[in-house]
Design a protein around this ligand. Structure first.
Ligand SMILES: *Cc1c(COP(=O)(O)O)cnc(C)c1O
Ligand SMILES: [Zn+2]
Length: 450
């Protein structure tokens, strides 16, 4: 291959390579996932990460303003003329001692990466900036995705910014209204299938393969290139020190896949001196990764994944008629499409997986609201997971931990309002009902009469 960039099958027995201009959602030779890979010897990469600060300080042009493209040397798959940005990645890494106290960490050790600050309110925008750039590079006119909500919101926003047609497939079950309202408002053709996310995913793959629609789910390897930037910004927020741990919720496992790849590449390029460990947190009601990795010991084994054991697991889910169910709808997924890439990240990052129940997720979410900028339920899983890992003493109180808060607090107001108004937990903040009477109001305020 003459280009410095190419697509490559992650199956070690195959490793087929494809041109970057090809639109593929699986390896045509063996059906496995594809990666975007680079011949780094032929890419000009800055010799130290702090070089990127200068670009941010100057902010010449919209690409330097993007929290994805200002790191473009680390995802060099397309020329600048094709790069799409609507200002994604203007996010914040916040040291939060209130949350640290809740989880049992010492002050100054817990950092929250607020991906809810993205244009569509979730981390998905990082990936869409990259995927839509590849869509433009390949001349795509019509994009499609299956979604639990945030993907459809991000896709709809980027499609309308790029003037592309957009179709989103959502399930018939719960979808958070904040997310649905975005897809509808941004003008996406919205198809509601009688089924759940896993059913939508199967359909959209069929449709895209046959009809030449451009698929923007996280199977799309270019999307994951954009999500690597979340790690670059965490390093930047820590003055280029590598944290001890990254903690992220696990749904389709695109983030965990992208994060491990980012660190492997940075280590290969000599830009970091060690790789952090990673904890991926499943909801107990959608715990495929936890089951496979922690209970059944499935490992990446340098690409020799035990496919038979995974197929057995899925066959058993089918036989039992299993349906994932969690309040954290963004991670209500039982057949994570990036499973193998995530296993690779677990190998790269010496990773671990935990599951947390819905009550812990909702409580942790309310703690982020109480002490920080708030987040949606799935993001709360990061905090609930960190708390569990402290209780187990897997993570020490003085280690440095960066938790990914994947989505904005307003994405799913129903869960939040229910928690507070129905007094569901220790952080519930019930409204006080009072007659329209001055004395009664004063009494309710707890103030003395003047
Ligand atoms: C998509 C999503 C997730 C799951 O991320 P994966 O990369 O699919 O594991 C978690 N939280 C929120 C808010 C999301 O939108
Ligand atoms: Zn292959």
């Amino acid at each position: 291959m003459s280009d410095h960039r190419f697509q490559r099958c992650i199956n070690h027995a195959c490793q087929a390579t494809y041109d970057v201009h090809e639109v593929l959602f699986a390896c045509p030779a063996c059906g496995d996932l594809l990666d975007v890979q680079y011949d780094w010897d032929r890419v000009e990469v800055p010799s130290s990460l702090n070089w990127f600060e200068g670009r941010w300080t100057r902010r010449v042009g919209t690409l330097d303003y993007s929290g994805v493209w200002r790191f473009r040397e680390l995802l060099p798959f397309c020329d600048e003329e094709y790069c799409v940005t609507i200002g994604e990645g203007q996010t914040l890494l916040e040291c939060n001692d209130g949350v640290a106290g809740y989880v049992g960490m010492n002050p100054g050790r817990v950092f929250l990466q607020y991906e809810g600050l993205n244009p569509s309110g979730s981390f998905k925008d990082n990936g869409m900036a990259a995927a839509f750039s590849h869509a433009r590079l390949t001349g795509a006119k019509h994009v499609a995705c299956a979604s639990t909500g945030n993907t459809s919101a991000a896709v709809a926003l980027y499609a309308h910014a790029c003037g592309m047609k957009c179709t989103v497939f959502i399930g018939s079950g719960r979808i958070a209204y904040g997310k649905l309202s975005q897809a509808l408002d941004y003008g996406a053709q919205t198809i509601q299938i009688q089924g759940n996310f896993d059913d939508c995913m199967r359909r959209v793959k069929q449709i895209c393969g046959d009809r030449k629609l451009y698929l923007v789910n996280s199977l799309n390897p270019f999307r994951l290139e954009g999500q690597k930037a979340i790690m670059y910004r965490i390093l930047e927020g820590l003055q280029w020190h590598t944290p001890d741990w990254i903690v992220a919720p696990g749904g389709n496992l695109g983030n965990s896949s992208a994060f491990g790849k980012a660190f492997a590449e940075l280590a290969h390029l000599g830009l970091i001196d060690h790789i952090p460990r990673m904890a991926v947190i499943n909801a107990a009601g959608a715990n495929t990764l936890y089951d496979l990795y922690e209970r059944r010991g499935i490992r990446f084994h340098n690409g020799q994944v035990d496919e038979a054991a995974i197929n057995n697991y899925y066959n058993d889910l089918n036989a039992r008629g299993y349906r994932p169910e969690t309040v954290a709808t963004a991670i209500e997924i039982s057949r994570p499409v990036n499973l193998k890439k995530c296993l690779r990240s677990m190998e790269i990052c010496n990773g671990i997986v935990r599951e947390v129940p819905d009550e812990a997720i909702v409580e942790a979410k309310s703690v982020v609201g109480r002490y920080g900028l708030g987040c949606e339920p799935a993001s709360g899983a990061s905090i609930a997971g960190l708390r569990l890992l402290r209780q187990e003493d897997v993570i020490g109180p003085d280690e440095t931990v960066a938790c990914i808060l994947t989505g904005h607090q307003l994405k799913d107001p129903a869960v939040t309002v229910k928690y507070h108004t129905q007094d569901e937990g220790a952080f519930s903040n019930q409204p006080i009902e009072v007659a329209d009477d001055l004395d009664a109001v004063i009494a309710a305020l707890g103030l003395a009469k003047s």
